[in-house]
Design a protein around this ligand. Structure first.
Ligand code: ADP
Length: 157
């Protein structure tokens, strides 16, 4: 079975990667889907985010990187996928995620959202925390794979 892990990945972090890895052990294929929302401001361009996703996930055989715009459920329908994976870190995520999953359910009753709990060691980790630390020249090597560290620091130089 194929699943989609949608997100902004601005940038991808070890927290995302852990969810992707765990999902890749359970499902046949994981599509890590960068959803581009034209009304949202991103720090990294779409190309930079995709490059960082590809560099971070290159060793995972059944993981594919793609991008889309519009509704995730439409992408899912077009690609014959009926499961979306989302990660939950804490109560704030839960509140936001049930809202999103309910909207998706109303739009397409055939698409299910599966939630995976963050590992405790990643429950603090977010793309925004990574950026704040990098911007202030802090150490981000436990936040993101080493392949993408320079791309992140370069943004703030
Ligand atoms: P979005 O803008 O769609 O929330 P993100 O890239 O911020 O995109 O997150 C994508 C998914 O990854 C979300 O379900 C989010 O809760 C989850 N996620 C983010 N950081 C972590 C983490 N450290 N551990 C587990 N899941 C995470």
């Amino acid at each position: 079975m194929k699943v989609i892990f949608p997100g902004s990945f601005d940038p991808i972090t070890n927290g995302h990667i852990d969810i992707i890895k765990r999902a890749s052990f359970i499902f046949d294929e994981v599509i890590v889907l960068l959803m581009e929302n034209p009304s949202k401001q991103y720090t990294f361009s779409k190309e930079e985010r995709i490059l960082m996703m590809e560099l971070s996930l290159k060793n995972m055989k059944n993981v594919k990187v793609d991008w889309g715009t519009g509704l995730t459920v439409n992408y899912a329908k077009e690609h014959g996928v009926s499961i979306l994976i989302r990660g939950i870190r804490e109560v704030m995520d839960y509140k936001y995620e049930i809202q999103q999953a309910t909207i998706n359910m109303l739009m397409d009753g055939n698409v299910e959202t599966f939630f995976m709990l963050a590992k405790p060691e990643y429950s603090f980790l977010s793309s925004s925390a990574t950026k704040i630390v990098a911007q202030n020249n802090g150490e981000i090597k436990s936040f993101v794979p080493r392949e993408i560290i320079d791309i992140i620091y370069k943004k703030y130089r």
